[in-house]
Ligand binder design. Structure first.
Ligand code: AMP
Length: 520
């Protein structure tokens, strides 16, 4: 292990503390009752972790015994500490790990989550003399490679980058004793399952490591993975619906598509908000809603896959630090992010996948704080609502919007900026558009087949702004944003250039004059 607690991260982050929100969730067994090394207990105390959350109370004792654990828990329940605490404790207790070889591997679906896990690990393990590294795509390749070469005890990464480094022999897997697969369902949804299996096959055998998996749902896909790669894991879960219902006040307005901006403005005028996350179903929707808000005097910015990774991280940092008050986001920001003190989550669009509703709403009222989740249910996405209510086992309370709540929109019409390159479909994103990977084929459930004909329409509004949506049947993957899964598109027919008549006296038609040539 390295002498100093050197923590490598690609982000220049000022925030190195896990915020210690006093939490009604964290009301279980005190951490001091576990047999934890004093240095770890100090780290927990400094982060304000005194009592366990329910998932921690269930997972930690099992993991401390060395059992494999498959946990059903969403972000916001304390799942990160549920695996970090026992891993750190066992790592401290065992004989010195192999020098320069990672002992702990945490696989996460998104860069944002990887960064967050690293920060939590840095905070909780601050007195442990461990070297921790995060690797993820989109930013400095060489810097992360050097961090790995210098020797890391704990590596957290997204599958693509991990595979890159493993193939080059920079990331060595032979000494890994602790494996965590975080947000496993999300890894599936994002199309990473083949990559994940590639990595898992290169680790020491399942009985020579301790494996933990956490997922918002333990569906058959995830369970299959646990059977294959884990050592008879103990299943632990916490009731996410209870967490939602207890903490976030929910409210839903029915409205027409054309009035949504006006209603959003009215809600923002009325509510006493401090930090607002607005969720939309499409990337262009994020741009459009942010544009409308800014032009109506609200401090908003849009974050979606249309931005490059650096800009996204910068925006998230701005939002986390409080510099930015309103963030309009696609589902990219819905999972795995620790943004505390979000007073309001607004579903500008009802999500297509009911679980996304749970995740979005879970961004407010985190770790015991109070918060409000407001949903605008328009004609375009209203068909998604019954599936959400089925998952919640309850109706989302409907509120009545009187005329005053619809505020005049002073913004000009939104026109998407011209882009140098055409916008590529993003892997595995859930646009909320019918036919997108998750909405159309949701785990083969009868729900997906039960979509109405409205679902087969191309998305209106934002989606139309920059892309031409195809008319497809529900579940048709060709409309999905998952490029890898998309059916091969028909080649567009080439237009024949009409040849100019040959200049008199020449044998051929004149081509464009070369630059710099006379007359060019
Ligand atoms: P997670 O579910 O791991 O994303 O955790 C969400 C947030 O809950 C963390 O950022 C911590 O601020 C907080 N948290 C987790 N466990 C505890 C705990 N035992 N006591 C206090 N806060 C906690």
């Amino acid at each position: 292990m390295n002498k100093d607690n050197k923590l490598e991260t690609e982000l220049d982050s000022t925030e190195n503390q896990v915020s210690s929100t006093p939490s009604s969730l964290a009301a279980g067994r005190p951490f001091s009752q576990f047999d934890l090394p004093p240095a770890l207990l100090d780290g927990l105390n400094e982060a304000g972790y005194e009592f366990c959350t329910p998932i921690q109370e269930k997972a930690i004792p099992l993991a401390l015994e060395g059992r494999d654990v498959a946990g059903q828990a969403q972000t916001g329940t304390g799942k990160t500490a549920a695996y970090l605490v026992p891993i750190f404790a066992r790592l401290m207790a065992q004989e010195q790990p192999q020098k320069g070889m990672p002992s702990v591997l945490i696989v996460a679906p998104t860069r944002e989550l990887a960064v967050q896990i690293l920060k939590d690990a840095q905070t909780l393990g601050k007195n442990l003399d461990l070297t921790m590294v995060a690797v993820f795509g989109g930013v400095d390749y060489g810097k992360q490679a050097n961090a790995l070469r210098n020797g890391a005890d704990l590596v957290v990464g997204t599958p693509g980058r991990l595979i890159d480094y493993a193939k080059q022999g920079i990331f060595k897997t032979s000494a890994i004793r602790y494996l965590v697969v975080d947000e496993a369902d999300r890894l599936f949804d994002m199309g990473f399952v083949a990559d994940l299996r590639w990595i898992l096959r290169r680790l020491p055998k399942y009985d020579r490591r301790q494996s933990m998996l956490f997922s918002a749902t333990l569906g058959y896909r995830v369970l299959e993975l646990t059977y294959e790669f884990m050592n008879l894991p103990e299943k632990v879960s916490m009731d996410k619906d209870v967490v939602l219902a207890e903490q976030a006040e929910q409210e839903l307005y029915h409205c027409s598509r054309s009035e949504k901006v006006n209603l959003l403005l009215g809600i923002l005028n009325r509510e006493k908000w401090t930090r607002v996350l607005i969720f939309v179903n499409t990337r262009f929707g994020a741009e459009r809603v942010a544009f409308k808000l800014v032009n109506n005097g609200f401090p908003a910015e849009g974050i979606s896959g249309l931005l490059n990774q650096r800009r996204r991280l910068r925006l998230l940092e701005k939002f986390k630090s409080g510099e930015l008050k309103i963030l309009v986001a696609t589902n990219v920001a819905a999972r795995g992010l620790h943004i505390d003190d979000v007073s309001h989550v607004i579903n500008y669009d009802v999500p297509a996948d009911p679980e996304d509703y749970v995740h979005r709403v879970g961004r407010t009222a985190r770790a015991g704080a109070t918060g409000k989740a407001i949903t605008l249910c328009c004609d375009q996405y209203a068909t998604h609502l019954p599936y959400i209510e089925e998952l919640l086992g309850d109706k989302v309370p409907v509120a009545w919007a009187d005329d005053e709540l619809f505020v005049h929109d002073q913004a000009p019409d939104y026109r998407p900026p011209r882009r140098k390159e055409p916008v590529k479909p993003r892997r595995g994103s859930n646009t909320g558009r019918p036919g997108s990977k998750r909405s159309g084929s949701k785990r083969g459930s009868p729900k997906s087949g039960a979509r109405t004909s409205r679902d087969s329409r191309p998305a209106g509004g934002e989606a139309k702004a920059g892309t031409k949506a195809k008319r497809t049947a529900p579940g048709d993957k060709s409309q999905s944003q998952d490029a890898s899964n998309a059916a091969p598109a028909q080649k567009p027919r080439r237009r024949r250039r009409r040849r100019k008549p040959a200049a008199p006296g020449t044998g051929s038609a004149p081509g464009p004059a070369p630059k710099g040539s006379p007359g060019s």
